[in-house]
Design a protein around this ligand. Sequence first.
Ligand code: URA
Length: 203
Amino acid sequence: MDKHARMATLQEQIRRCQACPNIATRRRVVCGEGNVEARIVLVGQGPGAVEEETGRPFVGPAGMLLDRVLAEAGLQREALWITNLIKCRATKRERGRLVDRSPSAAEIKACRPWLEEELELIQPQIVVCIGTPAAQALIDKKFKMNEDHGQFRTDAHGRRLLATFHPAYVLRLRSVDQAAYERVERALVADLKKVAAAVEETA
Ligand code: URA
């Protein structure tokens, strides 16, 4: 079976997953998407409302910013594989509405085998953790984004990883602190440029 067929089979299994409580509220499972031959895999936190609606990762406001910074760093979204730590939207009820929340450790653990299978299948050169939950799950539970972003690490599987700021965090900064927003967005682009350069070196 080729990689596309293996990924399609894997995603059918992911869509039937019943391993965590989010199955009670999920409207759609959001699997990874992109190039199964990608040299770079991006791992975000988990789908939000727009992703759940469309069934695609990083297509809401954070995804639009991600597309822009990827382009600035010289990376084409279509050339990458984009996925999340958890594949079902994590929500809580607030004033009668379902709103997003961070995934729990138990949800991340329950969903981890799917991410491992994706990475095993794609065999990327570099895994980019988008945001602190992905960095803490995949690199180091004590990972501190402000101090540790943009540094290449190697994990127990021999995988090369780097973490950078989540675009949703960048968007939140924009409304509260213009200077911090500009600084963090520049850091995000610089980190992605490092990834692009590292992959170029091995081309
Ligand atoms: N935030 C994420 O971490 N992942 C998405 O797919 C969308 C927003």
